[in-house]
Every structure is written in C-alpha cells, then in structure tokens.
Design a binder for this molecule. Sequence first.
Ligand SMILES: Cc1ncc(COP(=O)(O)O)c(C=O)c1O
Length: 458
Amino acid sequence: MSETQVKSAVKFVLGEQQIPTHWVNLMPDLPGEAPPPLHPGTKQPAGPDDLTPIFPLELIGQEVSAEAEIEIPDAVRDVLKLWRPTPLYRARRLERELDTPAHIYYKYEGNSPPGSHKPNTAVAQAYANASAGIKKLTTETGAGQWGSALAFACGLFGLECEVWMVGSSYDQKPYRRSMMETWGATVHRSPSELTASGRSQQEHPTGSLGIAISEAVEVAAQNADTNYSLGSVLNHVLLHQTIIGQEALEQMAMAGEEPDVVVACVGGGSNFGGLTFPFLRRVIRGDAGTRFIAAEPAACPTLTRGVYAYDFGDTAGLTPLMPMYTLGHDFVPPPVHAGGLRYHGDSPIVCGLVKGGMVEARAYRQNETFAAAVRFARAEGIIPAPEPAHAIRAVIEEADAAREAGEARVILFGLCGHGHFDLSAYDAYLAGRLEDPEFSQEDVQVALAGLPEAPALA
Ligand SMILES: Cc1ncc(COP(=O)(O)O)c(C=O)c1O
C-alpha cells in the first residue's frame, strides 16, 4: 500500500498465502515454572496419560509443548482459507464519534462461517481427532458460538458432533441451535437428563458452562470412539487462536503503526490469547512496550474478583484441577446475555499473566457494555457480539483517556464475533429491560468455600 492509500485506508487485507504457517506457543517465553494441572482424584500433577481418554495425542502434545512455534497442518490451512486472513479495520468513524485523537484498529473475526474466532481452533481440533480415528466429538456451548464452530468443523472432517448448550442460552438463542443442526450436530439443553452430571444439577435450570462441560466430558470418557473438545481455556486452544495476532501484527505493520494498547474480552481466554500472545511475546523479549487489557462482565468477574487457586474446570469435578483465577467450579452465573463470558475460571496462561502484572483486567456491567456496542454499531456498522462489546467498552475508556492526555495513542482490539444471533439481548437493552447483576462479596465467600483441597498457589 502506498503512503497516501494508508492515510485514508479503512481495511488492511492480507492474501491467502499470508495465512500463518505456524501457531505461536507462548509457554517457552513465559518467566518461571508454570504450576502443573493436577489429577482430579489423586491431586498429583496430571500427565499426558490422564488426558488420553478424551483428547487425541496430537492435541495433548500441543498442550504441553515447549516448542516456540508449531506447524499448522496443510489440511487445516486449506479450510482456514474459507474466511482467512480476516480483515483489520481502522475505526475512523468511531474515532470521529468519540472525538478522540486515538487511532483505533480492530481485528474482525465475525466473517467466519459460524460468525466468530471459534472455528480457528474447532477446525484444528476436528482435524486432529479425525486423523486419530475418532468418530464423534462432544462439547458444551455457552452463547452457541463455540457449538456452531465445532458443528461446522466436524461436518468438514466427517465427525459426528453432540453439543450440550447452557440452558439460558438455549432459550435466548434458538437460531444458534438451528445453525448447529444445519451443520449436522445434535444439541441438548443443559442441564439434561442424559447424563449423571446433568441429572444432579436440575435445581439450576438456567445451567452454566461448568455443568455443560461435565455432561460433555462424561459422555466422551465413557465411549472409546468419542472425544471431548473444549473451545477455550486450554493451552492448545489458545495456541490455535494465535493466527489472529500474527495476522494483526502484519496488518498493523501495513498501517505503519505500533499499538500502545491491545484490548480483548475474556471468557476462557482464547480470543484474548489469540490476539495478544504474538504481541506479548515481543514485550517479553524486550522488543515492544505494549499494554494489554482483558475485559470481562461484572456478573462473572473471574479475573478481577476471583481467587487465584487450583480448581476444577467443570462443575462435577471430572476435569483436572487447573491453576487459575476462579469464582468456584459450582458458581452458576446469572443469565446475562454475554453467554460466552459466563465461565467460572480462565486460561491458566492468561491468569498467570494477570497475576504477574503483564495484563490488566477490567469488569463492566451489562448496560454500559451494550451502550458501547450500540455506539460502535452506529459508527462502524457491524453489530458486535455481546462478548467483544466488553472490549469496546474498555476501548472507549482508553480513547477518552487519550483525548484527556492529548495523545494520538494507538489502540487495537479484538472484534471476535458479530451479534446477529444475539439480537434478543439488543432488544432487551433498547427496551430498557436489561438488569445489571454484580458479583457480591457474599458470592466471593461462597466461591472460596467451594474450592477443592489442593496445594496453595504462590
Ligand atoms: C464471540 C465470542 N467472544 C468471546 C467468547 C469468550 O471465549 P474466549 O474467552 O475463549 O474467547 C466467546 C465464547 O463463546 C464468544 O462466542
């Protein structure tokens, strides 16, 4: 692009040959030893063998890899071509609307077939399982984005797909179910009567990601030809998402700018890790001074109010214990509309970065988040999913701060999905019917009381 073109450009677009060839593994660059996951029964460090009943060896290898870069299989890159590379936008209209000297960029993942960043890992996971001879994948889904992504990916590699969808989202987003079924998946409302984990949670009819995970893991662990697939939290999932940040690095270079701050929402951490890890690696290696902000809902404030401790990834206690900020594995968040951010824990890597002060976490309430989303939609056109609307809320704060400082700060954020299936949430907001539930001090005490016995974390 010429200098004149860059000056007025709105989109920075890469060609198919620029889809990254490798995933970025941040693990070897992280300072100190990462606390290991623990076996849920023995509470001893969980080894690869503990994971084989539900994951294929290729993904287990990626989970514990010490390689800084891992090659992306050609079959996966071929599928990614359906929508990648994704565009980087300069939000010129939003900048004008906010009357800020800040330069705001967003990496848009909503043009994938399911409408979010989730297929970046769904495709990689479906391929690894199909190559290992697995016939079916089970999973949970919150807002429905992850379930749709896995349904889409399983269809491409000839796998069956069975999804437990969090009850409140199942009711709020019926067309997400239609989408999953169109791609050939079977969808159950969670808690269901089909599993012991679901039957034991019938007093929580709105469900939670923790309960839905238990249901999906239970079925995978009981069937040799079935594996489980997780849409976030685990190292290999964040690894698969790093194609986002690698493309964004190239596109920011095309724009001739260096971000001062990178912002992304966090549910389990995959969109955040995917966008930020390639940038974070440069900071760790001393090549940049970027700041990072993780945005989450005040109703499920894992990083800002959670306890840093070992906890289960699911409600029934079937998964390994992971070192993370947690609101307690039996926490059932209120049925807020940012379904994908209603998880009690977070990626251990992202939690370690927050704990170490490399990432700042901020929590926002529903109404201020939707106000930011509507402002964005009216300026830029795209209607954001409620999850990245939290990031937009943080971006507006940063843009305001840039105005007050009189500095043309460069802000990059992840617009990780569109909100076309979330319009009932927009309806509720526009009609003034959205509540603003917040996590109380009493909730913190309950979270602490429910933690499993495990070694304390430093
Ligand atoms: C659009 C979107 N963004 C963000 C998330 C949160 O997950 P993660 O933190 O893994 O990106 C979800 C989860 O379903 C989602 O659908």
